[in-house]
Design a binder for this molecule. Structure first.
Ligand SMILES: Cc1cc2nc3c(=O)[nH]c(=O)nc-3n(C[C@H](O)[C@H](O)[C@H](O)COP(=O)(O)OP(=O)(O)OC[C@H]3O[C@@H](n4cnc5c(N)ncnc54)[C@H](O)[C@@H]3O)c2cc1C
Length: 385
């Protein structure tokens, strides 16, 4: 018999990304009944963001990436999904979510509002508003539309997504210019040698990697969008994509007076500073730790489903390795937790192994490149052990 654990008012989830829909699936898998209302600002389709990259390389339409529409998700998981509905405010005293389609009472509220792309801080010019980003299905649709029949793409930001997009667009036949204002790629995640090997591999594959080159103007030109670099040089491209990382989307939580630091602050039971409101996914942080890996979000969904069913569960962080989607350079990243330490890099002709050791010399994270990626399982086991 399904557990109930709910009062007459529904559980409301804000967001239909991997966190929101992951929770819905986990709740129904746990056989937890009760009314669930999901509110989302986007179209509510279920899709995998990592597939956007494959879509770019293979020229897929946005519709080809959809796993299930909002109606299909609602039907399959017995929920009400309000697509194109923005959550505007939370009245915590009355337990009411105020949205662009009316006010809804909740028994419990879960925030899964994700992260928003960082915009270039100072970008001027008549076409500065033409700079695109790709962090959702609708962004992807618009990007594909803008790219149709065109070829020259400038990417602003040597982030993981910047490098992955550069790699995939280059494979799709585009001329790609990857701008990074700093002196190396993935500056917060890669030690120096790995970063320089990555730049070499991307360049070897045909990507124009431009380090220490910021873009400060984008103007309409005769033959496309004219970029002006900080050095004063100019270049004309067809599409400009900004991929400078993301920041947790915390506005709704902050306006409601919940504790917010970098992300919405939650404890190991995903509870925010209001016990009736939980948070998970990219919008949240637990003990200063962001959700940067999809498996953490999936684990959190199951923890929360058990809690909502009336059981006890706590989030446990496991070391997670992520293979970047780079055909030109196999690369596995396992981010270290925020502890003091130092990188130790060992290079061979075919690869690089970088270990992040804490003050006691214990392995806390790693980066593997080229041939060295075969060591991922072994190093992950050392971390876990
Ligand atoms: C191109 C690309 C490729 C990626 N590839 C990988 C990969 O290979 N591996 C990896 O680990 N990670 C990858 N990521 C990151 C990964 O996709 C994210 O970690 C994950 O999608 C976060 O899920 P989320 O549910 O927390 O947020 P999101 O997927 O961003 O979902 C947020 C949801 O909240 C809704 N929302 C926000 N505010 C409101 C509001 N006020 N009212 C109503 N609804 C609201 C949005 O409409 C959306 O439905 C990639 C990201 C991108 C952009």
């Amino acid at each position: 018999m399904p557990a109930t654990g709910m009062t007459a008012d529904p559980l409301i989830i804000v967001g239909t990304g991997s966190a929101g829909y992951g929770l819905l699936r986990a709740i129904r898998q746990a056989d937890l009944g009760g009314e669930i209302l999901i509110v989302t600002a986007d179209e509510g389709a279920s899709y995998s963001k990592s597939q956007l990259l494959d879509g770019v390389a293979r020229g897929k339409e946005a519709g080809d990436l959809v796993i299930a529409t909002a109606d299909q998700m609602a039907h399959r998981y017995e929920a009400t999904v309000l697509a194109h509905t923005r959550a505007l405010a939370i009245d915590r005293e009355r337990r009411v979510l105020l949205t662009s389609r009316g006010d809804f009472r909740y028994a419990r509220l879960v925030l899964a509002t994700g992260a928003e792309p960082l915009r270039p801080p100072v970008l001027r010019g008549t076409a500065a508003d033409k700079v695109l980003t790709v962090s959702s299905l609708s962004d992807y649709r618009y990007f594909r539309h803008q790219l149709a029949g065109r070829q020259r793409v400038a990417i602003l930001g040597g982030s993981a997504a910047g490098c992955e997009f550069a790699d995939h667009l280059q494979r799709a036949g585009c001329a790609v210019y990857l701008f990074e204002a700093g002196s190396r790629l993935l500056v917060e995640r890669l030690p120096a040698l790995c970063a320089s090997r990555l730049a070499q591999r991307l360049a070897g594959a045909g990507v124009h990697v431009l380090l220490e080159q910021g873009v400060h103007r984008v103007d309409h030109g005769v033959d496309g969008l004219e970029l002006t670099m900080l050095s004063g040089e100019r270049m004309t491209v067809d599409v400009v994509l900004s991929l400078q990382g993301v920041r947790p989307r915390t506005g709704l939580a902050a306006r409601a007076g919940l504790e917010v630091r970098r992300g919405i602050v939650a404890d190991l039971e995903l509870r925010t500073s209001d016990p009736d409101i939980r948070a998970l996914g990219r919008c949240a942080e637990i003990a200063g730790r962001p959700f940067s890996h999809p498996d953490d979000t999936a684990a959190a969904s199951h923890v929360l489903a058990r809690i909502l069913a009336g059981g006890r569960a706590r989030m446990v962080w496991a070391p997670r390795a992520r293979h970047l989607q780079l055909s030109s350079c196999p690369l596995v990243l396992c981010d270290a937790p925020p502890v003091p330490g130092e990188w130790v890099e060992t290079a061979t002709r075919g690869g690089v192994t970088a270990r992040y050791l804490d003050g006691r010399g214990i392995l806390r994270g790693f980066v593997l490149m080229g041939d060295a990626v075969s060591m991922a399982e072994r190093l992950s086991a050392q971390l876990a052990g």
